[in-house]
Design a protein around this ligand. Structure first.
Ligand code: COI
Length: 355
């Protein structure tokens, strides 16, 4: 591939982490992509530089008013070389997040080119173990030093890379336990719930910490108005399996429009499952889990891939989903999805992009 962006070489390459002990988001590669935005110059200073700390003013607007958005996607090493999974979708979604937070738009094609060049330099960092990949984190934030509340006039965009294994530590298909949050809410319609805004994650932490103290892995968020309808889990969208039917909450402005969510809906339909996007009341989930008509629950997101849910706690009720183990549909979708991503099966949807 013809390099398009300047590369500033680093003096010494880092030692790569032990592939047998990869967790999530701890080790960062040798290089990152960076560019700056100003009102006068637009996006400029585009280059691949050594991964290092970034100097910033204590008055940078992001530190005060939180103009920051990010994305998450993955690269895989296949027999034919490195490939990316649906990168255009991520940069398009980033533009939607930016629009909501009054931040500048990216040129999607240019961002994909920058990412391809970065990945081609960092190919050796893509881990190849079962369930492993190179996680890609694009981020944009306001760095204008100014304390008035208005959209900043300058921004930084970065793409950093981290080799990862399973997000929840014990392997992708180890069932997790989720806690239905009935006090705090994650987002409301008209707010920023649909955007991948850093602040959404900050606002979720208090509930996440409480759930963890009670022995749960994640929080399941209910809608912000009636606190009755299922929205998402902070790190993933959520799916319910009723026999041969896959149901997920319909997008409503406060749910993150996951790229994994969208892909799983497409893949499941392709595999012959009935798929439905609709409002789902928490009482329906609890009673269907009890009467056995709700056979499986799983979460889906870039970082977690597909993560089975074995137990749900809502108020005083604790329900086990199916046998509490990974269900047949979850396993089938996981196998089909990951084999497209890692290039071991056909890609009927043309989701993957070679580097
Ligand atoms: C992702 O799945 O890529 C996410 O951004 C979720 C999380 C790790 C914050």
């Amino acid at each position: 591939m013809v390099a398009k962006f300047e590369v500033v070489e680093r003096n010494e390459l880092k030692q790569k982490p032990d592939q047998d002990n990869l967790s999530f988001g701890i080790h960062f590669t040798d290089y990152m992509f960076t560019m700056d935005y100003s009102e006068e110059l637009g996006w400029h200073n585009k280059k691949i530089v050594p991964y290092e700390d970034i100097p910033m003013s204590p008055a940078s607007q992001v530190l005060h008013y939180g103009q920051a958005v990010f994305e998450g996607l993955k690269a895989y090493k296949t027999a034919a070389g490195a490939q990316l999974f649906r990168p255009n979708e991520n940069f398009k979604r980033m533009n939607k997040s930016c629009e909501r937070l009054e931040m500048p738009q990216l040129d999607v094609e240019e961002a994909v080119q920058a990412l391809k060049q970065l990945i081609s330099i960092e190919q050796d960092w893509i881990p190849t173990g079962e369930g492993q990949s190179l996680y890609i984190r694009p981020i944009m934030y306001a760095n204008e030093p100014y304390l008035g509340v208005r959209p900043a006039t300058s921004y930084k965009f970065l793409i950093i890379l981290t080799p990862v294994g399973a997000y929840y530590g014990k392997g992708h298909l180890t069932p997790i336990k989720i806690f239905v949050e009935d006090e705090y809410v994650r987002a409301v319609r008209g707010g920023v719930g649909f955007a991948k805004a850093a602040g959404n994650y900050a606002a979720s932490l208090i509930a996440q910490s409480r759930a963890e103290k009670l022995g749960y892995n994640q929080v399941l968020w209910l809608d912000g108005v009636e606190q009755s309808y299922i929205e998402e889990v902070g790190s993933m969208n959520i799916f319910f399996v009723f026999g041969n039917k896959l149901v997920t909450p319909q997008l409503n402005g406060s749910i993150l429009p996951g790229i994994t969510r969208k892909s799983i809906l497409q893949l499941a339909a392709h595999l012959g499952y009935e798929v439905e996007e609709r409002r789902i009341h928490i009482d329906e989930v609890v009673s269907a889990a009890k009467d056995g008509s709700l056979t499986e629950v799983f979460g889906a997101g870039t970082a977690v891939v597909i993560s089975p849910v074995g137990e749900i706690k809502y108020k005083d009720e604790v329900v086990t989903i199916g046998s509490g183990n990974t269900g047949e549909v979850t396993q089938k979708l996981y196998d089909a999805y990951t084999s497209i991503q890692n290039g071991t099966s056909e890609d009927p949807f043309r989701w993957c992009l070679s580097v």
